[in-house]
Design a protein around this ligand. Structure first.
Ligand code: WQD
Length: 340
């Protein structure tokens, strides 16, 4: 099998590429390098620089490498940015997925692993979220992921594709410091940035109905996430037409305070936080019911929070995100409670 990994030069994509190679799969990368880095792509892997919005270019990439399946990761993924630029997000994420599906149909490529997100759930009614939970996305980002899932499902039905949509929970850590997340807008990098600047990390609200008042999230090591993609690819290798939607999380949640405690233990730094008002749109709890991933994919997460923090800290120290991660200033907390 040869898989075209769109977004394969990105943080998650570069981990997926390595795991597919380690599993003996053929890989080609399509990436426009707008946020990805060509140095993240192994020299043995063909890299096609281009956008999924270029249908002719995608068809040429599929045809040129005798691709038999696609792992579609190329997308914009910032909740805050999606609020400021919704049409840009719909174009990149929704039109991009549509263009890819058109190209796959034209070239007879029938297997797709799609990168979706727990953001499709919005604020769930229950802390443990199953795939049958109502999808009520609260951001343009989450809506682009849900709309893309619907397109994938319709295409699978009409064209006889074999597809799996993976709903990522909170992805952190890195397999190698060189592959660290340099995006810097989520909890881990923002805390590391505050520590590096000698500032206190901030906590957005400590009055939630949780065990310590701070929000609960299902953090998952990016290497476990990458291995879930290999499991999904293996399922599709031997499968006829189907459409699956699968949560990819650990199935257990940690509060923000528990994350800060772990970061303090790993780094030896004082992570006593400054408490800020709640961030609008933050659900109190979001933890995966990961039982379907275990049943269908034979996959469960293997790495614990300490391993996540240790790898993320190593990566934060060795890569150069500090120049890109926003300084945490309370006056920057905008209506979405997100930093500029
Ligand atoms: C986690 C918790 C914050 C920073 C994101 C996005 C999206 C999706 C899933 C891919 C929240 C709190 C944060 C800080 C804090 N990824 N926090 N202080 O919002 O759960 O979801 O990841 O699809 O990227 O939806 O992640 O890391 O921003 O926040 O207290 O300085 O940490 O309030 O409770 P989130 P996050």
């Amino acid at each position: 099998m040869t898989w075209l990994v769109t977004g394969g030069a990105g943080y998650i994509g570069s981990h997926v590429v390595r795991s597919l190679i380690d599993a003996g799969q053929g890989v080609v990368v399509l990436d426009d390098l707008s946020t990805g880095d060509a140095d993240r792509v192994p020299s043995s892997v063909p890299l096609v620089q281009g956008s999924v919005l270029d249908g002719a270019g995608v068809r040429a990439a599929l045809r040129g490498s005798a691709v038999t399946g696609v792992v579609h990761l190329a997308a914009k993924k910032s909740v805050a940015e999606s609020v400021a630029q919704p049409l840009h997000y719909h174009r990149e994420n929704v039109v991009g997925t549509l263009t890819l599906l058109d190209a796959m149909a034209a070239e007879g490529v029938s297997r797709l692993v799609f990168s979706s997100s727990a953001a499709v759930y919005g604020s769930p009614d229950d802390d443990s979220v199953g795939e049958d939970a109502p999808a009520r996305p609260q951001s343009p980002y989450g809506r682009t992921k849900l709309m893309s899932e619907w397109m994938v499902e319709d295409a699978a039905e009409a064209l006889g594709l074999a597809t799996v949509c993976l709903r990522y929970f909170n992805v952190v850590g890195c397999a190698d410091p060189e592959l660290a997340d340099t995006g810097g807008t989520n909890l881990f990098p923002l805390v590391f940035r505050a520590l590096a600047a000698g500032e206190r990390p901030v906590v957005f609200g400590d009055d939630y109905p949780t065990r310590d008042g701070t929000c609960v999230r299902d953090y998952i090591h990016v290497q476990d996430l990458a291995e879930a993609h290999v499991a999904a690819a293996r399922l599709l290798d031997t499968s006829g037409p189907r459409h699956e939607v699968v949560n990819i999380g650990c199935g257990r949640g940690y509060t923000v305070r528990e994350v800060l405690t772990t970061i303090g233990r790993v780094t030896g730094r004082d992570t006593t936080p400054a408490i800020l008002p709640r961030r609008p749109g933050d659900p109190a709890g979001m933890v995966a019911d990961a039982s379907l991933a275990r049943r269908l994919l034979g996959w469960t997460a293997q790495r614990d929070l300490t391993a996540m923090v240790e790898s993320a800290w190593d990566g934060a120290q060795r890569s150069a995100p500090w120049s890109r991660v926003p300084t945490v200033r309370t006056d920057d907390v905008h209506e979405w409670g997100l930093l500029t």
